[in-house]
Write a protein that binds this ligand. Structure first.
Ligand code: SAM
Length: 257
């Protein structure tokens, strides 16, 4: 079985279990059998693990009299492996065109973001603002799949969408940076140099806010400013929101990795 990394839904100190679609894929497509080994993520920690049992939905497994409701693959955890923690970055993403936003969530996961915080901004289109709460579960699935593909040991938290002001007013330990297309003096590079200089050998937690297609409203820029967010530029060109998100994350990752 390929050295993929499986993210367990349930675990304890000695075992971990995959259920549902992941178990189905492992059992039916990859024909997992007891004794096969794989890397399994359980509670943010990575283990070398061995398949202990495989049971398919609708089929009684050996020794059982009744079939289970859902497929299940249980692993015995053998040895803990080196975990690669996420980058302490939260991407505060204004809700905008879902397909582009979902692409940004997938790329932010690959780039190591620890959390995604969708925000309803003034210029978020109304129908997207209304649909966003029901979309959060899909965003979480996208983050899970991207984390598996990137062989991450954790899955980014995708928060429920909230109004921008609620997010800005919520307390945070992080240094909060807003990507502002109108900003002309401070670059992201400059702001990061300052943050790292004051952080010493501590890894600073950061938050990066990206606006919607229509950009930030003046009242939002004032709100960010009044709440201590640093406005920074990614250069003179106007980037699509997803481009700005990925570019900013890549720049920050290059400082923190
Ligand atoms: N409607 C805006 C305009 O035409 O000026 C563009 C908004 S842009 C599509 C979406 C978001 O990406 C912005 O709100 C900002 O957060 C970010 N962004 C785009 N270009 C940027 C740049 N050069 N510097 C900093 N942030 C940028």
């Amino acid at each position: 079985m390929t050295r993929r990394r499986w993210i367990a839904e349930n675990w304890d100190e000695a075992s971990a279990t995959l259920v549902g679609a992941q178990a189905e894929h492992l059992a039916r497509v990859l024909r997992a059998q007891p004794g096969m080994t794989a890397d399994v993520v359980a509670g943010g920690r990575v283990f070398r693990a061995e398949v202990a049992s495989v049971s398919l939905a609708g089929e009684a497994s050996p020794g059982e009299t009744s079939a289970g409701e859902t497929s299940e693959v249980r692993f015995t955890l053998l040895a803990e492996l080196e975990a690669d923690p996420a980058l302490p970055i939260t991407l505060a993403l204004a809700v905008y065109k879902f397909d582009r936003m979902e692409w940004a969530i997938e790329k932010a996961t690959e780039l190591g973001a620890a959390a995604i915080a969708p925000m309803i901004a003034r210029r978020t289109e109304k129908h997207l603002a209304q649909a966003a709460p029901k979309r959060a579960e899909r965003w979480r699935r996208i983050a899970m799949e991207a984390a598996k593909q990137a062989r991450r040991t954790d899955v980014p938290v995708v928060h429920d969408p909230v109004p921008l002001a609620e997010h800005v007013h919520a307390g945070s330990e992080a240094t909060r940076i807003v990507l502002a297309e109108q900003e002309r003096t401070t670059t992201l590079h400059h702001a990061l140099e300052e943050v790292l200089a004051s952080a010493g050998d501590r890894m600073p937690a950061l938050e990066l806010a990206i606006g919607p297609e229509g950009g930030w409203a003046p009242s939002e820029e004032a709100l960010f400013d009044a709440n201590g967010w640093r406005a920074v530029s990614l250069g003179p060109r106007i980037l699509r929101a997803e481009t700005a998100a990925i570019a900013a994350l890549a720049v920050v990752a290059s400082y923190l990795e």
